[in-house]
Design a protein around this ligand. Structure first.
Ligand code: SF4
Length: 215
């Protein structure tokens, strides 16, 4: 897997996928990103923070205004309610500067706090831990799951790992984020959902599916 990580990182680099170092901004970014396209959730996230520049303002905002603000990402009513509850809960549990308090927690503590927020599932919580809090955890989204399954590393049913666990054994130590980002980009550009471009793939000689495709 270290070889696969090296090859994918050499091919795709480790560019930003737009995630935030501020865990609070990242929580809303991830909640807005579920089941919608990148440009739409990015627009909604930008509009949210430009109209309500603080958590206090989000917590106090009328639901109808929040709904209009995030409508482009879809599921406006549901997401507006989630966002309002998340803002209130972060303020009540961590005070006016939740990012500072979240950074002081262990991986397990931060994971539990994040999972208690509406709309934050295991993968979302792990993304905040990895992108914003710097923990060596390994979220598995649809791209990562698909590529790992085709490589032959996980079974068809394996989707998420829990923060309480160590990263899966096949992930090289301290390289979870690099590998995650490279797999997401590889899944978007090369190992596409319907028709993987195995002939153009830099790991085709190592990948179980790629080796079959070359026969
Ligand atoms: S060889 Fe094909 S199936 Fe394997 S990772 Fe590359 S594109 Fe995906």
């Amino acid at each position: 897997m270290a070889k696969i990580t090296d090859l994918l990182v050499a091919e795709h680099g480790t560019p930003s996928l737009g995630n935030f170092r501020d865990p609070v901004k990242e929580i809303f970014y991830i909640v807005l990103s579920a089941r919608t396209t990148e440009s739409l959730y990015k627009q909604a996230h930008k509009r949210l923070w430009s109209q309500f520049p603080s958590l206090e303002e989000i917590a106090k905002a009328p639901l109808a205004r929040l709904r209009n603000c995030v409508a482009t990402a879809g599921l406006g009513k549901k997401r507006a309610a989630q966002i309002k509850v998340i803002a209130s809960k972060l303020l009540s549990e961590f005070g006016p500067r939740p990012a500072i308090k979240l950074r002081r927690l262990s991986a397990e503590g931060a994971y539990a706090a994040l999972r208690s927020l509406p709309g934050v599932g295991p993968k979302s919580a792990l993304c905040v831990l990895m992108y914003s809090l710097g923990f060596d955890v390994f979220p598995v989204d649809a791209h990562v799951q698909r590529v790992l399954r085709r490589i032959g590393l996980i079974g068809a049913g394996a989707k998420h790992y829990h923060a309480q666990d160590l990263p899966p054994g096949f992930v090289p130590s301290e390289r979870s984020k690099e590998l995650h980002v490279a797999l997401v980009i590889h899944g978007r550009r090369v190992c596409k959902p319907r028709a993987p471009l195995c002939n153009e793939c830099v790991i085709k000689s190592i990948c179980k599916t790629g080796r079959v495709a070359q026969r």
